[in-house]
Design a protein around this ligand. Structure first.
Ligand SMILES: *[C@@H]1O[C@H](CO)[C@@H](O)[C@H](O)[C@H]1NC(C)=O
Ligand SMILES: *[C@@H]1O[C@H](CO)[C@@H](O)[C@H](O)[C@H]1NC(C)=O
Ligand SMILES: *[C@@H]1O[C@H](CO)[C@@H](O)[C@H](O)[C@H]1NC(C)=O
Ligand SMILES: *[C@@H]1O[C@H](CO)[C@@H](O)[C@H](O)[C@H]1NC(C)=O
Ligand SMILES: *[C@@H]1O[C@H](CO)[C@@H](O)[C@H](O)[C@H]1NC(C)=O
Ligand SMILES: *[C@@H]1O[C@H](CO)[C@@H](O)[C@H](O)[C@H]1NC(C)=O
Length: 464
C-alpha cells in the first residue's frame, strides 16, 4: 500500500475507484481440473458447500438436474456448467465494485459504493478521510447540579468568555450550550417526603431546586455573556443515592438535535461534569421502572418527560446515538471517580476522559486538539445481516501518524488524509427466510465526522 500511496499521492475520486477495483479480491469460483472435493462426500446445503473450499460453487438454478440429490449442486464451476447449470446461476461476476461519483463530499470519500458479492467472495474498498484545517465547534455542558457540585457550577461562570478566546486559534467559531441533570426524581433516588421534594436541601438550611432527570437550559449560542448569565442563574439541587442520572441526560442531549441546536458542520462536543458515577441500564428496576429506553427525544418545554417511566439507556444505545449524531463525549470527573469512568469511556467511541481540574479550559482545548488528531472509523452492518458478513478494517496512516489499535490513526495533522482499507466478505449463504434480493447496507462512519460512506452490498444468489 505504501508504494501505491507514493505512486499516486492523494487520490482523486477516479483513483479511489481504480484502487478499489484493484483491491477487489476473489477467493471463490476458480475452476480446477480433476477430482472435485466439492461434490464428494455430498454436502447438504449451500453453506456447507462453500465451506469445502474457495473453488467450490453452488448452482442456484431451481430446476437443476431435476430430482437429483441436493449435494450435486455443489461442484467446481466448470463441472456445474457441463452438467447443465445455467451460466447465469454460477458465472455471475463474483465481485463488482462501483463508486457512485455523484455523491461527493469534502471530508469522506467516496460517499457511496455498491458492491456485488457472491457467497465465498470478499472485496476491499478504500475510504479516504480528510480533515479540514479548522472546524466550527459546538460544546454542550451537561452539568450534574446535585448539592456537591456548587463549586463546579461556580467555576463555569468564568469559562465561557475565556474558552471562546482560547478556541479562536483552533476553531472558526465556538458555540456553547448548557443543560442540567440530577437523577430520576423518584424514590429511592430522591427523598419523596413532601418537605424534601421542593427543597431537597432543607436539612442544610439551604434553598435548592427539586431533583430532575434532565433540563435543557441553553441552546447553542455564540453569545458568551448570555452563557454566563444563564450559568449564574443555576441553582443546585439534591438527591439521595450517590450515582447520578448522567446517561439519561446524555442521551437526550444527543438526540434532541433541534432543541440543543447542534450545527451540522460543527465538531460536536458533549461534556459531562459530575462528581459521582452514573446509573446504568437496569439500575432503575429498584424504582420499579422496567421499560427500556427507546433512544428517542422526549423533551417537552425543555424538560425530559420520561425520566420516571423509562430506564437509563444502555451504553450500547448511547454509543450508537453518539455515533449517529457524530458527537464526541467528554467526561470531566473528580479524581475519585476517574477509574469508574475509565471503564465507561472504553465503550463509547471517540470519547475522552478528563480530570475535573481547576484548568477546565485547558482540558477542553486539549481534548479538542486530541480528538482532531485521532481519526477512527466505526463500521456497522445492518443488524439482520450482521452474522453473514465478515468486516475487517485496517487503517493506512499518513506520514508521522501511527495506529495503536487497527481502527484509528493517532497524531494526524490538519489537511492530512487517512485511508481505511475495509474488507467485506460474504462467508455464508443467506438463511431461508432472508430476502436475498435486499441490498444490505454497511455504514462506514469516521467517529465525530458529519459525513460517512455507505457501502451497498448486493448479493448474487438465487434460492433453491
Ligand atoms: C486491504 O485488506 C485486504 C485484506 O486484508 C488485503 O488483501 C488488501 O491487499 C488490502 N488492500 C490494500 C490496498 O492495502
Ligand atoms: C448515486 O447517488 C445519488 C444520490 O444519493 C442517487 O440519486 C443515484 O441514484 C446514485 N447512482 C447510482 C448509480 O447508484
Ligand atoms: C448577548 O446576551 C446578552 C445577555 O443576555 C444580551 O444583553 C445581548 O443583547 C446579547 N447579544 C447579542 C448580540 O445577541
Ligand atoms: C459537514 O461539515 C463540513 C465542514 O465543516 C460542511 O461544509 C458540510 O456542510 C457539513 N455537512 C453536513 C451534511 O452538515
Ligand atoms: C492489528 O492487526 C494485526 C494483523 O491483523 C495483528 O497482528 C495485531 O495484533 C493487531 N493489533 C491490535 C492492537 O489489535
Ligand atoms: C490545508 O488546505 C487548505 C485548502 O486546501 C489550504 O488553504 C491550507 O493552507 C492547508 N494548510 C496546511 C497547514 O497545509
Amino acid at each position: 500500500m505504501t508504494s501505491w500511496l507514493h505512486k499516486y499521492g492523494y487520490p482523486t475520486l477516479h483513483c479511489v475507484l481504480f484502487c478499489v477495483v484493484l483491491a477487489a479480491n476473489i477467493i471463490g469460483g476458480s475452476s480446477h481440473s480433476g477430482e472435485s472435493i466439492c461434490s464428494s462426500p455430498p454436502v447438504s446445503s449451500c453453506s456447507e458447500c462453500l465451506r469445502r473450499g474457495p473453488q467450490c460453487a453452488w448452482c442456484f438454478e431451481a430446476g437443476f438436474l431435476d430430482g437429483a440429490e441436493v449435494g450435486e449442486r455443489c461442484d467446481l464451476v466448470g463441472n456445474l456448467a457441463r452438467r447443465g447449470c445455467g451460466l447465469e446461476f454460477i458465472e455471475h461476476p463474483e465481485v463488482m465494485v462501483e463508486v457512485n461519483a455523484t455523491t461527493s463530499s469534502t471530508q469522506v470519500s467516496p460517499g457511496e459504493i455498491t458492491l456485488t458479492l457472491r457467497p465465498g467472495a470478499e472485496a476491499s474498498v478504500i475510504v479516504a478521510v480528510q480533515q479540514l484545517e479548522r472546524y466550527p465547534v459546538d460544546l454542550y455542558y451537561l452539568v450534574d447540579v446535585s448539592a456537591s457540585m456548587q463549586e463546579n457550577l461556580d467555576q463555569l461562570k468564568t469559562v465561557g468568555v475565556a474558552l471562546s478566546h482560547r478556541m479562536r486559534e483552533h476553531s472558526s467559531d465556538l458555540r456553547l450550550g448548557f443543560g442540567s441533570f440530577v437523577d430520576k426524581p423518584v424514590s429511592p433516588y430522591i427523598n419523596v417526603h413532601p418537605s424534601k421534594i421542593n427543597n431537597p436541601c432543607s436539612d442544610y438550611e439551604v434553598k435548592c431546586r427539586p431533583a430532575h432527570g434532565f433540563h435543557h437550559v441553553l441552546s447553542m449560542t455564540a453569545n458568551m455573556s448570555e452563557f454566563t448569565r444563564i450559568i449564574k442563574r443555576q441553582r443546585i439541587s439534591g438527591n439521595m443515592d450517590t450515582p447520578e442520572g448522567g446517561l439519561d441526560a446524555m442521551l437526550q442531549a444527543t438526540v434532541c438535535q433541534g432543541e440543543v441546536g447542534w450545527r451540522g458542520e460543527a465538531k460536536r462536543l458533549l461534556l459531562l461534569m459530575t462528581d459521582q458515577p452514573s446509573h446504568l441500564a437496569l439500575d432503575s428496576r429498584l424504582a420499579g421502572i422496567v421499560t427500556p429506553h427507546d433512544g428517542l427525544c422526549h423533551l417537552e418545554n425543555n424538560v425530559y418527560m420520561e425520566s420516571t417511566t423509562m430506564d437509563h439507556p444502555s451504553l450500547g444505545l448511547l454509543a450508537e446515538k453518539l455515533l449517529e449524531n457524530h458527537i464526541y463525549s467528554l467526561f470531566a470527573v473528580e479524581q475519585l471517580q476517574y477509574q469508574w469512568y475509565e471503564e465507561l469511556v472504553r465503550l463509547l467511541p471517540g470519547s475522552n476522559l478528563l480530570f475535573q481540574a481547576p484548568k477546565l479550559i485547558d482540558v477542553v482545548v486539549d481534548a479538542y486538539k486530541r480528538l482532531l488528531s485521532v481519526v477512527q472509523v466505526s463500521v456497522s452492518v445492518e443488524d439482520r445481516a450482521f452474522s453473514r458478513f465478515l468486516v475487517s478494517v485496517s487503517p493506512l496512516c499518513p506520514e508521522g501518524s501511527v495506529s495503536h489499535d487497527n481502527r484509528s490513526c493517532s497524531n494526524v495533522q490538519p489537511n492530512q488524509t487517512v485511508y481505511f482499507n475495509i474488507t467485506i466478505g460474504l462467508h455464508s449463504c443467506p438463511d431461508d427466510d432472508d430476502d436475498v434480493d435486499d441490498v444490505v447496507q454497511v455504514f462506514v462512519r469516521p467517529v465525530g465526522y458529519n459525513e460517512s460512506t455507505i457501502i451497498k452490498i448486493q448479493t448474487v444468489i438465487i434460492k433453491t
